[in-house]
Design a protein around this ligand. Structure first.
Ligand SMILES: *[C@@H]1O[C@H](CO)[C@@H](O)[C@H](O)[C@H]1NC(C)=O
Ligand SMILES: *[C@@H]1O[C@H](CO)[C@@H](O)[C@H](O)[C@H]1NC(C)=O
Ligand SMILES: *[C@@H]1O[C@H](CO)[C@@H](O)[C@H](O)[C@H]1NC(C)=O
Ligand SMILES: *[C@@H]1O[C@H](CO)[C@@H](O)[C@H](O)[C@H]1NC(C)=O
Ligand SMILES: *[C@@H]1O[C@H](CO)[C@@H](O)[C@H](O)[C@H]1NC(C)=O
Ligand SMILES: *[C@@H]1O[C@H](CO)[C@@H](O)[C@H](O)[C@H]1NC(C)=O
Ligand SMILES: *[C@@H]1O[C@H](CO)[C@@H](O)[C@H](O)[C@H]1NC(C)=O
Ligand SMILES: *[C@@H]1O[C@H](CO)[C@@H](O)[C@H](O)[C@H]1NC(C)=O
Ligand SMILES: *[C@@H]1O[C@H](CO)[C@@H](O)[C@H](O)[C@H]1NC(C)=O
Ligand SMILES: *[C@@H]1O[C@H](CO)[C@@H](O)[C@H](O)[C@H]1NC(C)=O
Length: 872
């Protein structure tokens, strides 16, 4: 993890420069990841998991080795209905677990809802509303028969604004993302569905995330990208929201494709064993991203618990686990306690969300087709039957999910600029301009996995998508309102009809609303030269020219941006541009949501990222070209914790709109900061040791005959992954030329050690040492609506740790969305925890409250710090 003490990335760069000067040393000094073994086993006393653990232990104690292996290994790509399924345990009535995308709905099915992106949800700065979104998504997943919903996302966090999948997550700020993760997880799991915090960790760009994918784009590399992250940055930035996820009780975590410090995410013992399971005390299970597993025994002892989708590569008919894991346990390469721990973690997650064996919701859809009838085993083309039951899940106990979607997207739309033209009040004449206001002429779901930006942009592309049940376009919603109001209304749904647009918006008294966008998505789809990551930060489809043109003809030009993150706004200060709104990725109710903000029905949100003037001003960028020959491209996170506003502050860089910024239709005053120090107990480093690793049930039979395919009457499904052996000759059954290597020849020391282990001082509870959540201060402030209308304000609390240049000028530590009537004052209260004022001490390997003078700020954005005081 730490190649050298301190800011590793920087040191690595310097070393590279030095060694370049020495002719005989051409090799770059690569970041390395410290080994950490053995893999921590579950803690029976872990808070919130006690019942789940007891049930899981009782269940796993009944299982044979084959049954345990079945839980850990997916049945293969396209083998069943969901994007991933585990093996079943028919003897005890447990049906296969359905693991399915996505973080904004249920992917590839029908009669489901298409929710706003995580990023748009973050822009609401409304924890309760993010929870409601999670709960509604969980309800839909449950009703379709999904056991594990593959979201929410904290990796990417958003180190680079160009990164393709930032929109699936929340914000480059770890606290905002942490709140988003925890609220989403609680919502999803309350509906009886296991959530999955992904992608763990450092999965900050699409380019080179998988060597195979990169080769498909013509890059000649053999290994996937390495994100090189030092220990302090890891803790204070990237790990932070995962700690919040664990604290929220998340049942599963997905490890990532790329490497961290030159060790693959799904076999990186430092990440999985040390950080996640030991320090954060994660009690659920770790699944691989799809094809992110690269080894069998090595990934098992490094902390992986479930192989997804089960085959080595899609449709290979071979698995690193399945048969191989059965053999590895029998021949002693993987200890029995480790397979027991895997199975217990998987079952505990299921029981934690109140799963009942034998009473699981049946899977009532097939991801691979929307046909009613078809082969249930899609890859094998076997088992022709009804595979889609077209269950309508768009309404749940809390009501119509479309209403939540409309509210989230409206409250997550950010009013960046407003000279006073908004809210609209029965305008005389509206001209709506741009392709982004209208439909995709081929239908909202025309492009596979949303891999295009045709028509209005309401979702990015890739696996993080869902089919639209309908898509309310801005044009449709604004037209309907115009008819009600008696407003003249015309739209030109093209970016290129220059002469028609000119004659329309040059007319008297027109309110021109220009819709533009910028898209991105997952690396497996290339849209217009964007291989997931954006190749630039400008608007797509001539958007800047469109805005410049319209605003040169019309003195009342309102710009609405749908995008997957910040875009450059070179025209923002034109006096003819009277309002600018960022509407993110709103989901199915897009038009209704933008209507609600434009007409002042709903109060808008705040920006979850900074709007810089140039691409360079962000200080970080995607690595677009391999930089290490055919070996793993090296992405040094040498900026440390300084991303987004922390970077802009450090560089004293000018920006257009700060993190946290957003106007409302009223004005607010901040007064009366009060700081109260609470009598918190001292921080107690965790000490002592764990219990030794337990094993459950009878030891596995040693006679290999027991592990053969059940009988001739059991016809294996083509390409399916099973736990069985096809012969009692283990070498032949493994089909591995290297079979027979002794574990001690290739597994790291202590990998097999099941004895009691020392507890880390920074560990001890869900998310880390419980003392981190002791409240040290209560900070409150008065927020007064000084304007004329009821509106929402988002007071934000920032801290400065006073440690000098090594620390950000300020860091967000809390926020509240409050609704305030005109003339009304509300008191907002923030609880500042020990964690909030600590930094990660690399030497001590713990959080430490430093000696510097700590200050607290309450204000309207990272650059609008109205009130400040000393945390004495
Ligand atoms: C393993 O899972 C497969 C697929 O669900 C199932 O057919 C098989 O019976 C299971 N094996 C055991 C030993 O439970
Ligand atoms: C599970 O059931 C318990 C007891 O009925 C209840 O308190 C808890 O909220 C339920 N949890 C979920 C995730 O449904
Ligand atoms: C076992 O794993 C090896 C790779 O380590 C693979 O080549 C082989 O095909 C696997 N065997 C089975 C039966 O899946
Ligand atoms: C839709 O998008 C694709 C790819 O971006 C493009 O090639 C195609 O022309 C578009 N189709 C329409 C009808 O706009
Ligand atoms: C524009 O509005 C003004 C003020 O309401 C009015 O006097 C004028 O006639 C309008 N022009 C047109 C073309 O509607
Ligand atoms: C940026 O990328 C988009 C999408 O590929 C493209 O439409 C646009 O022209 C590019 N901008 C510049 C300045 O090249
Ligand atoms: C603003 O619009 C007017 C037309 O009303 C135009 O004459 C002027 O040049 C525009 N200004 C800018 C900065 O585009
Ligand atoms: C293994 O089990 C089979 C079938 O039950 C039996 O025929 C065989 O003798 C056993 N082998 C040993 C070594 O016990
Ligand atoms: C099954 O066993 C035979 C030897 O009997 C071996 O050649 C073959 O590769 C094995 N198949 C699988 C799927 O492991
Ligand atoms: C044990 O089984 C695993 C999985 O097939 C294999 O990789 C390993 O070489 C085997 N080791 C021994 C000592 O037989």
């Amino acid at each position: 993890m730490r190649p050298r003490k301190g800011a590793s990335g920087l040191v690595v760069l310097l070393l590279a420069q030095l060694t370049d000067a020495i002719p005989q040393l051409h090799k770059r000094a690569l970041a390395t990841s410290d080994p950490f073994y053995p893999s921590p086993w579950m803690d029976p006393q872990a808070q919130g998991w006690e019942d789940a653990y007891a049930k899981a232990k009782a269940f796993v104690s009944q299982l044979t080795l084959l049954e345990k292996v079945n839980l850990t290994t997916g049945v293969g790509w396209e083998a069943e209905q969901c994007v991933g399924q585990t093996g079943a345990i028919p003897r005890l009535g447990l049906t296969e677990f359905c693991l399915h995308d996505s973080p904004l709905g249920i992917r590839g099915t029908d009669y489901n809802s298409a929710f706003p992106s995580g990023q748009t949800a973050a822009a609401t700065f409304d924890e309760g509303l993010i929870f409601k979104r999670g709960l509604a998504m969980g309800r839909e997943a449950y009703a379709k028969g999904v056991t594990v919903l593959l979201g929410p996302v904290a990796g990417p966090l958003g180190r680079m604004p160009e990164a393709g999948r930032n929109w699936e997550g929340f914000s480059p700020d770890p606290v905002l993302t942490g709140v988003g993760m925890a609220a989403s997880i609680k919502g999803i799991q309350q509906a009886g569905v296991v959530a999955c915090a992904k992608h763990f960790i450092g999965n900050e760009q699409e380019n080179f995330r998988q060597a195979g994918e990169a080769r498909g784009y013509g890059f000649d590399i053999d290994e996937s990208l390495s994100s090189n992250i030092d220990d302090k940055t890891m803790h204070e930035l990237y790990l932070w929201p995962f700690a919040d996820s664990v604290r929220a009780g998340v049942g599963s975590v997905m490890c990532s494709y790329q490497q961290v410090n030159n060790s693959y995410g799904c076999q990186n013992s430092k990440l999985l064993n040390d950080l996640l399971k030991n320090e954060l005390g994660f009690q659920g299970f770790v699944m691989s991203d799809w094809q992110a597993q690269h080894t069998g025994a090595a990934s098992a002892v490094a902390g992986l618990d479930m192989s997804m989708p089960g085959d080595t590569v899609f449709n290979s008919r071979r698995s690193y686990w399945g048969t191989n894991l059965t053999l590895a346990v029998l021949n002693g390469t993987v200890p029995e306690w480790r397979i027991d721990d895997m199975a217990t973690r998987i079952m505990a997650a299921f029981f934690k969300v109140n799963g009942t064996v034998g009473k699981q919701e049946p899977i009532n859809f097939s991801f691979w087709t929307q046909d009613t009838y078809g082969p249930i085993h899609w890859a094998a083309k076997q088992g022709y039957q009804q595979i889609n039951h077209h269950v309508n899940v768009q309404t749940g106990p809390e009501g119509r999910h479309g209403d939540v979607i409309r509210e989230v997207a409206a409250k997550g739309t950010v009013l960046l600029k407003n000279t006073g033209v908004l809210p609209l009040k029965k305008p005389k004449f509206i001209a709506v301009i741009g392709e982004d206001a209208g439909p995709n002429p081929l239908g909202p779901n025309a492009c596979d996995n949303r891999g295009c930006a045709n028509g209005t942009l309401a979702m990015g592309w890739g696996s993080g998508t869902a089919n639209f049940p309908y898509l309310v376009t801005p044009d449709a919603a604004l037209l309907a309102r115009a008819i009600m109001d008696g407003t003249r209304y015309e739209s030109v749904l093209s970016n290129y009809a220059t002469s028609q647009i000119k004659s329309l918006v040059s007319l008297d008294n027109v309110t021109a609303i220009v819709f533009v966008n910028a898209d991105s998505g997952e690396g497996f789809i290339n849209v217009d030269g964007n291989m997931g990551d954006r190749k630039n930060l400008t608007l797509w489809k001539n958007g800047d020219d469109l805005i410049r043109n319209v605003s040169s003809w019309c003195p009342n030009t309102i710009v609405v941006i749908h995008s997957t993150g910040p875009v450059l706004l070179p025209w923002h200060d034109s006096p003819n541009i009277t309002a600018i709104l960022w509407a993110g990725l709103p989901g199915q109710e897009s038009g209704n949501s933008i209507h609600d903000v434009l007409y002042g029905v709903t109060s808008p949100g705040r920006s979850p990222f900074t709007w810089g003037a140039t691409r360079e001003s962000y200080g970080t960028d995607v690595l677009y070209q391999p930089n290490n020959g055919k070996a793993a491209p090296q992405q040094d996170f040498s900026e440390g914790v300084f991303i987004d506003y922390r970077h802009f502050d450090k560089a004293n860089a000018s920006l257009i709109y700060p993190f946290g910024h957003g106007l409302s239709y009223s004005t607010f005053g901040y007064t009366n900061l009060r700081i109260q120090k609470l009598p918190a107990p001292p921080y107690r480093p965790t000490t002592g040791t764990t219990a030794p690793a337990p094993t459950f049930g009878a030891p596995p039979a040693s006679n290999l005959t027991e592990y053969l395919f059940p009988s001739a009457s059991f016809p294996p499904i083509y390409q399916y992954i099973y736990p069985y052996l096809n012969t009692t000759d283990p070498r032949a059954a493994s089909a591995d030329a290297h079979y027979g290597q002794n574990a001690s020849q290739f597994l790291p020391p202590r990998a097999l050690d099941g004895s009691a282990q020392p507890r880390l001082r920074a560990s001890g509870g869900a998310g880390g040492n419980p003392g981190l959540w002791d409240v040290l201060y209560e900070v409150s402030a008065d927020v007064t609506n000084t304007g004329a209308v009821h509106a929402d304000e988002v007071p934000q609390l920032y801290v400065s740790l006073g440690a000098g240049a090594g620390d950000p000028r300020v860091m967000l530590r809390g926020f509240r969305r409050v609704s305030v009537g005109p003339g009304e004052t509300v008191e907002v209260l923030f609880r500042v925890t020990r964690r909030d004022v600590s930094g990660w001490d690399v030497g001590v390997q713990d959080w430490v409250v430093g000696a510097g003078e700590k200050r607290v700020f309450v204000g309207r954005s990272s650059r609008g710090l109205e009130l400040s005081g000393v945390l004495g």
